[in-house]
Ligand binder design. Structure first.
Ligand code: AMP
Length: 112
């Protein structure tokens, strides 16, 4: 299996877990861009936001249903940003759908 995040889900590559249930895994980014930087991913392989369909979109709702809890349990108290990079112009580097949760400090008012 070549997908990095699928290998993390399977435990082949170590990660620092922030949250897990049957369908979702959340873990700390290896190169944090904020004091708290967590990635939330579906356990099913979806390439990116472009791969979300009416058949699999329930997992996206489930991710967002859990984001506030993940942020709170990670100690984020004063707001956070959720980002998903999709495709080359957005610099998506891992082609398994993921949502960055960034927080723990005042973030830039610029998003790009
Ligand atoms: P993106 O650039 O939006 O595709 O985000 C991919 C993210 O995965 C980057 O923020 C990387 O730092 C992060 N990343 C890459 N490899 C690992 C890893 N082994 N463990 C945790 N985070 C990783």
């Amino acid at each position: 299996m070549s997908c990095l995040f699928c290998r993390i889900i399977n435990g082949e590559i170590p990660s620092k877990k922030a949250f897990e249930n049957e369908n979702i895994y959340a873990f700390y980014d290896i190169a944090p861009q904020a004091p708290v930087h967590i990635l939330v991913i579906p356990k099913m392989h979806i390439e990116s936001v472009d791969g979300i369909t009416s058949e699999n979109s329930r997992i996206v709702a489930e991710i967002f249903e859990n984001v506030p809890k993940i942020a709170k349990e990670a100690g984020i108290e004063n707001g956070y940003r959720v980002i998903s990079n999709c495709g080359d112009d957005a610099c998506q580097s891992v082609h398994h759908l993921h949502f960055h949760i960034l927080g723990g400090a005042q973030l830039s008012d610029k998003m790009a």
